[in-house]
Design a protein around this ligand. Structure first.
Ligand code: NAI
Ligand code: BGC
Length: 271
């Protein structure tokens, strides 16, 4: 069933980083179904980005694909220039790009540590900085949205659930939580809302090993009270709400979309 109405984000322009795969692709699709124009950032696999652009256009939406590494200051600046040249401005940033480089802590290389911080945290900083500058420059256009801009940071349940073997990743997402809240506090008076979505286990390439065999999926389901692995569109729907004026009084908040993964499922029995 389609719960998205094409007037919800009509007239708004969005950038989704890492928009050609998994959660980012579903968010891009959902924003487009809700009426937004969507720029789909990719760093690899241009074919996937082009396919998604064509799908959105075939459904009557407007989209474009933009290459850019979110951890590169120059490439992020160039990406925002491209969007602003094409569409005049933008109202929505979904800073979604993220990676895992897992290793036991004593064998984690500096490169594994640094790559994860560069993409998952510095990438958020670089993209949000360009977005805030543009939102402040343009200000509120009441016919488009009551806010000057909305930033949605794609975090993770691992911003609160510690994760052995993934110390770099959990540190990046924990850091992202205070990044999001501090930025939300700083720019609220500009009528810019900054929020995070923290997904639980969503079926995408990043965690294929956790769901691709029946045994792995059964193990994973023990951590999910709602007893299903998440679908990328679960996150797409949440992103539309956070980007829309329906959530206009919401800022500095993390929305956990996790089937209850953060509810300490180990305590269902005992304790
Ligand atoms: P994915 O691997 O399908 O997507 C990651 C996207 O980020 C890809 O499009 C990739 O090309 C892009 N990316 C990586 N490095 C980049 C860079 N330097 N510049 C631009 N783009 C880059 O994985 P998924 O699951 O869709 O991940 C999306 C976000 O959701 C990530 O931030 C991840 O941490 C987060 N997340 C995912 C969960 C899951 O269970 N799948 C759960 C919680 C959070
Ligand atoms: C990770 C996934 C994992 C999920 C739940 C996400 O942040 O990227 O690999 O399945 O958290 O643990």
């Amino acid at each position: 069933m389609n719960h998205l109405h094409p007037d919800t984000l009509r007239g708004q322009r969005a950038l989704v980083t890492g928009g050609n795969s998994g959660i980012g692709a579903a968010v891009a699709r959902a924003l487009a179904m809700a009426g937004a124009r969507v720029a789909i950032n990719y760093v690899a696999d241009v074919e996937a980005a082009d396919r998604l652009v064509n799908e959105i256009r075939a459904d009557g939406g407007e989209a474009l694909a933009i290459r850019g590494d979110v951890s590169s200051e120059d490439e992020v600046r160039a990406m925002f220039h491209t969007i602003i040249d094409a569409w005049g401005s933008l109202e929505i940033l979904v800073a979604n790009a993220g990676i895992q480089r897992d290793a036991p802590f004593h064998r984690m290389t500096l490169q594994q540590w640094q790559q994860v911080l560069d993409v998952n945290l510095t990438g958020q900083f670089l993209c949000a900085r360009e977005a805030v500058a543009e939102f402040c420059r343009r200000g509120v256009i009441p016919e488009v949205s009551c806010a000057a801009g909305k930033i949605i940071c794609m975090s993770s349940v691992h911003d609160v659930i510690p994760w052995a073997g993934h110390v770099n990743y959990a540190a990046s997402k924990g850091g992202l939580m205070m990044f999001m809240k501090s930025l939300a506090q700083e720019v609220a008076h500009e009528r810019i809302r900054v929020n995070a979505i923290s997904p639980g286990a969503i079926r995408t390439p990043i965690n294929r090993a956790a769901w691709e065999t029946p045994e792995a999926e059964a193990d994973l389901l023990r951590l999910i009270p709602y007893e299903r692995v998440g679908d990328p569109m679960d996150i797409g729907h949440a992103a539309v709400w956070l980007a829309s004026d329906a959530s206009d009084y919401v800022t500095g908040t993390t929305l956990y979309v996790d089937g209850g993964m953060t509810l300490y499922p180990g305590f269902r029995e005992g304790g």
